[in-house]
Design a binder for this molecule. Structure first.
Ligand SMILES: NC(=O)c1ccc[n+]([C@@H]2O[C@H](COP(=O)([O-])OP(=O)(O)OC[C@H]3O[C@@H](n4cnc5c(N)ncnc54)[C@H](O)[C@@H]3O)[C@@H](O)[C@H]2O)c1
Length: 332
């Protein structure tokens, strides 16, 4: 592979422009990366993004872009409704990719994509997995199977029909912090005015209990992960845009004392650096290093499959209305 990585972008919407674009600009200063081209169905949006990013060319057809530029990798930043299809096209061209979450509309599609991606370098942009606070939490908990991971995932006035495309973050981060796949999970969906709340609890094989509360229409937005083991407690306040307690923190307790508390400056970020604190920059860096064979991605189609399986199981409960529950037991 040439020394300078040539990356192309597919999808220039809201999240792409506000989180990925600033991170990509920073990435170009940290890694030896050039942006080959930008593609969006909206030609003007693609052109404007390419100009901001310093990419020479813009396209409205991803196949034309791949044919013309032969990039080393692409960033697939398109909405959940189309991501499975777009990713399938990228896989057919055998181009390494980083893809926004959720990478597929359902687990069956994700399993197919896993087969098609066999041997291909890729990262699924579950950015919580790459957030510096969560990376620090994992380091503090290395070698420890927590007794419990408790997740409080709330939003302020989020009333969309399908909150699962956001809730997958909390499910995935909780699984990541628990350290392994779950062996079972109980799911409850409860209608609350115009929205549906999710209450999920389960177990890992090592006996870590996970409890997750998703309440999208509340008076304040927060995303807290509380990880408890006998010798150590770790608290994470994830710093998503709009959270009540920005810029968040990661805190370690030992012997009933606060042993350490870290915030943005401890990781070299300004308090308002959302892409840095949120893990967007780190996931871009993992992708680049993986393309060079210097890193092994840990957020992949395979490692995030169970997140999608849990998401799938929420749909029939959401369709039921009122309050509905189900239990999933995963084959070991
Ligand atoms: N990590 C997070 O917390 C977080 C937050 C918000 C969104 N996201 C994810 O980011 C992704 C993108 O979100 P967004 O807000 O940028 O979406 P958006 O809806 O604002 O824009 C999507 C863009 O993709 C383009 N597009 C669609 N199909 C295409 C195709 N075949 N070829 C080229 N372009 C195509 C559209 O023209 C549009 O400009 C979604 O998967 C979403 O789930 C993640």
């Amino acid at each position: 592979m040439a020394q300078t990585l040539r990356i192309a972008i597919i999808g220039t919407g809201n999240w792409s422009r506000h989180m990925h674009l600033p991170s990509l600009k920073k990435l170009a200063k940290l890694e030896d990366v050039a942006f080959a081209g930008v593609c969006d169905l909206n030609a003007e949006a693609a052109r404007a993004y390419a100009k901001d990013l310093g990419a020479a060319e813009s396209f409205t057809d991803l196949h034309k872009m791949i044919d013309a530029l032969k990039p080393d990798g692409v960033a697939v930043l398109v909405p959940p409704e189309v991501v499975g299809n777009v990713l399938g096209q990228v896989l057919a061209r055998r181009v390494p990719f980083i893809v926004e979450k959720p990478p597929a509309p359902d687990a069956a599609t994700q399993r197919r994509l896993i087969r098609e991606a066999e041997g291909m370098t890729h990262v699924v942009a579950y950015n919580r997995r790459h957030c510096p606070y969560i990376t620090q939490a994992k380091e503090w908990l290395a070698g420890i199977a927590p007794q419990s991971v408790t997740t409080q995932f709330t939003r302020f006035q989020r009333r969309e029909e399908d909150f699962t495309t956001t809730a997958v973050h909390g499910i995935d981060a909780t699984r990541h912090l628990a350290g392994e796949d779950l062996v079972s999970i109980r799911l409850e969906v409860a209608q609350a005015g115009p929205v549906k709340n999710f209450f999920l609890n389960g177990w890992t094989k090592a006996g870590t209990r996970v409890d997750m509360v998703f309440v999208p229409d509340t008076a304040s937005s927060c995303e807290h992960y509380d990880i408890r083991a006998q010798e150590r407690t770790v608290l994470v306040s994830f710093p998503q845009n709009g959270m009540i307690d920005l810029p968040g923190y990661v805190e370690l307790h030992e012997k009933n004392k606060v042993a350490a508390r870290k915030g943005p400056a401890d990781f070299g970020f300004a308090a308002d650096d959302q892409p840095g604190l949120g893990g967007i920059l780190a996931e871009h860096q993992v992708f680049c290093r993986a393309l060079r064979g210097q890193a092994k991605p840990f957020s992949t189609l395979t490692s995030t499959l169970q997140t999608q399986e849990i998401r799938d199981a929420l749909y029939p409960l959401m369709a039921h209305g009122g309050r509905a529950a189900a239990e999933l037991v995963f084959a070991s």
